[in-house]
Design a protein around this ligand. Structure first.
Ligand SMILES: [Zn+2]
Ligand SMILES: [Zn+2]
Length: 368
């Protein structure tokens, strides 16, 4: 009965929710009750007792269980007609860009600047609008970012935010999941901010958002206020690359090597990675030692040389051409997740290739 409301549009929509903490719980509950047809939840955390006072989807029996799958089960009970998929994993290493490309919208309910930065990069590459949200004890904020239209999250980053990212990145090298920072907040601010974020999601799905890309809405409870501000786009922002695929390869990362991939794309000369690939170690006593893997998922204990116990230096690469040793490794060994969109250099230009199996395409209802 609401003017302009299109329930069918909502039932057809696919929304990715990154983070199933206090904000994510409220956001997911709202989306499920509103009848958003397809939800994809990504979170690598486990439910802890301290989460229970602000997480409508978790109870005491869930302590120790993955947040993503636990939230998915609760949502299915709440709203049995919707389809919920959960990834108990990391946004950067476990979800390919193709998985973002099939969504209509992404909602960021993450709790660190690093996670927001990484999500922004992924959404820019996948060409998908995303709505960021953040809370503290008495203030909540949401902001909309639409690739190709005005400012992105990275455009608005300050020097202090960059410092936090560099610190986090250097801790993350070879030690994956850092415990999330604890933010003092109550379910009151979480539910208010989630309501704003979901309201904006509804506006976007109905094609009548009033926010510009880079515009932020802030709600404060003490003193009460609601205000907006807009960030300017930066011409030299490094996040604005669009990874729209022009080729599709019907293979999982385990089924194809870098050399095979390059061989399938006319004129391709190299595969360019947007993360650090570990290709070996240099031990000052024993010399070079070969390996392969994604640096951020390599255990820190690997630094020690297995022969002489000295500290080794990691040898990193970002580019793999036909003649490289790593070209004979599968894409999975290189640390590339399923449904990735890969950047390839050809003799004349850069092109993007998505790994999309027939099964993936069917599940995601994507026409190739
Ligand atoms: Zn930007
Ligand atoms: Zn050694």
């Amino acid at each position: 009965m609401i003017a302009g409301w299109d329930q069918e549009r909502l039932a057809k929509a696919t929304i990715l929710v990154a983070g199933a903490g206090a904000l994510g719980n409220e956001v997911l509950k709202n989306l499920a009750l509103l009848g958003i047809g397809n939800l994809l939840i990504v979170d690598f955390d486990r439910v802890e007792i301290s989460n229970l006072s602000r997480s409508v989807l978790f109870n005491e029996c869930d302590i120790g269980r993955p947040k993503a799958t636990t939230a998915a089960r609760a949502l299915e009970r709440l709203s049995p007609e919707i389809r919920v998929r959960a990834i108990d994993g990391d946004l950067e290493t476990d979800l390919g860009l193709g998985g973002i490309r099939e969504c209509d919208l992404v909602l960021g309910c993450v709790d660190s600047i690093y996670a927001r930065w990484a999500l922004n990069r992924a959404c820019q590459k996948a060409g998908k609008p995303w709505i960021n949200a953040g809370i503290n004890a008495s203030v909540g904020e949401i902001s909309l970012y639409v690739p190709g239209q005005g400012a992105c999250y990275e455009c608005g980053m300050t020097q202090q935010m960059w410092r936090q990212i560099h610190e986090r990145r250097s801790c993350m090298l070879m030690s994956r999941r850092l415990p999330a920072a604890t933010i003092p907040a109550t379910t009151v601010i979480a539910s208010m901010t989630a309501a704003l974020q979901v309201n904006e999601a509804l506006a976007c799905l109905h094609g009548r958002s009033r926010l510009q890309s880079g515009e932020m809405v802030m709600v404060s409870l003490s003193p009460y206020s609601l205000s907006t501000c807009t960030m300017d786009a930066r011409e030299d922002c490094l996040a604005h690359e669009d990874y729209s695929p022009s080729f599709f390869i019907d293979a999982t990362p385990a089924e194809i090597t870098g050399a095979e991939l390059l061989g399938r794309i006319p004129g391709a000369t190299s595969l360019q990675m947007d993360f650090d690939v570990l290709e070996g170690w240099l031990c000052s006593n024993c010399g070079p030692q070969f390996t392969v893997g994604r640096l951020s998922t390599t255990s820190a204990s690997q630094i020690e040389c297995p022969q002489c116990k000295a500290q080794r230096v990691p040898q990193l690469t970002h580019e793999i051409s036909q003649s490289d040793r790593l070209a004979n490794c599968s894409l999975e060994q290189l640390g590339i997740p399923a449904r990735s969109i890969l950047r390839l250099k050809t003799v004349s230009r850069t092109c993007y290739v998505e790994l999309l199996t027939a099964k993936d395409a069917k599940e995601a209802k994507i026409a190739r």
